[in-house]
Design a binder for this molecule. Structure first.
Ligand SMILES: NC(=O)c1ccc[n+]([C@@H]2O[C@H](COP(=O)([O-])OP(=O)(O)OC[C@H]3O[C@@H](n4cnc5c(N)ncnc54)[C@H](O)[C@@H]3O)[C@@H](O)[C@H]2O)c1
Length: 322
């Protein structure tokens, strides 16, 4: 039986795919390559298709004898989602409906879904538990909340079994330097810090240094992409074991500030990282970090890598690419 990985040519999907293959699981990737690259597949089987087209999903599931899906395929830029919301409603929300309809037509009834801590918005309490209020602050986050609910309703109407994994800030590169995050197509902090550190861009803008945090900059929970990959493999096993549907945070439980990220990058590179302070971005919370206990209790998973390991792996990978 085979795991279908949608969005497997992207950043987190490709790391997960690689781990699943190293565990000798049968996998096939469904990716339109709209924001991914075939070279990230490291030779895995690819079906170029769009999740919005249910008939294509159905035929790929039948062809490869798929029994579980890991669903990464989506657009992920909060900023873009506010200027071009239609892309996000169509690709993320309609895409999820298209995917699930195609899966069900092929009698595939298990899905592990890439959700996001963005669904919590500006949190009322820290650390953030899974029972915190859902308060999206941008269209992207709203699509993730909607996708979670759509998937859970398919559980009610069609017996779909699901695990929604709410990632905090995915970052880093593979420990052997084979895979990493393309700084040309991401808006995430760490690749942009690497770009500035390696002289491929101007100074990185630090958005806000007047937050109520120890050094005034925003604090986030950075999770190594290989730790995330491991959680996906465990979530597939969890569903295979017939356990109940699950919504769970994937974070480290530790907050790290932007200035700590810059300091770790300076240590890795041996040079100052050019940066400038700029005003806060509207809607950005001061501090976000996970309560990660439920993932330990349900999936037997905890993050094992520190933010320094994230920075060192990212720096090594970006340096090898530049
Ligand atoms: N990177 C993060 O920090 C983060 C945090 C929380 C949640 N997520 C979620 O994790 C998932 C993966 O994130 P990523 O960072 O690997 O993103 P990514 O952009 O690197 O990868 C997404 C992949 O999906 C593919 N894709 C997009 N739309 C498609 C469609 N309609 N049909 C088929 N393929 C399609 C793209 O070509 C790309 O290969 C996304 O759903 C994202 O919202 C990411």
């Amino acid at each position: 039986m085979t795991i279908l990985v949608t969005g497997g040519a992207g950043y987190i999907g490709s790391h997960t795919l690689r781990l699943l293959r190293s565990q000798h699981r049968d996998v096939v990737v469904l990716d339109s390559l709209v924001r991914g690259s075939e070279k990230n597949l490291l030779g895995a089987t690819l079906e170029v298709a769009d999740i919005c087209i249910s008939a294509a999903v159905e035929s790929i599931c039948r062809k490869h004898n798929v029994d579980s899906v890991i669903h990464f395929a989506a657009y992920k830029s909060a900023g873009e989602s506010m200027t071009q919301p239609h892309l996000y409603w169509r690709n993320n929300v309609e895409g999820t409906v298209g995917l699930v309809e195609g899966m069900l037509a092929a009698n595939v009834k298990q899905i592990v879904f890439s959700s996001s801590a963005a669904v919590y918005g500006n949190p009322d309490h820290l650390p953030i538990t899974e029972s915190a209020s859902i308060k999206p602050e941008n269209v992207y986050a709203e699509t993730k909340a909607m996708m979670e609910r759509i998937i859970s309703w398919y559980g009610v109407t069609h017996g779909l079994r699901w695990a929604s994994l709410r990632y905090f800030n995915a970052a880093g590169a593979s420990s052997d330097g084979a895979l990493g995050e393309n700084w040309d197509i991401t808006t995430n902090l760490i690749p942009l810090v690497m770009k500035a550190a390696l002289g491929a861009s101007g100074p990185i803008k630090v958005l806000g240094n007047d937050y109520p945090t120890p050094d005034g900059t925003g604090v986030r929970d950075y999770i190594h992409v290989e730790d995330l990959a491991d959680a996906h493999a465990k979530a597939v096993d969890y569903l295979n074991d017939g356990k109940p549907n699950l919504t769970v945070n994937l974070g480290t439980g530790i907050g790290t500030s932007v200035l700590q990220i810059l300091a770790a990058t300076e240590k890795a590179s041996g040079k100052p990282v050019p940066h400038q302070f700029a005003p806060r971005r509207l809607g950005d919370p001061a501090i976000v970090y996970a309560d990660a206990k439920l993932a330990q209790q349900t999936l037997g998973w905890t993050a094992t890598r520190s933010y320094e390991e994230i920075i060192n792996s990212a720096f090594t990978w970006h340096k090898s690419q530049s």
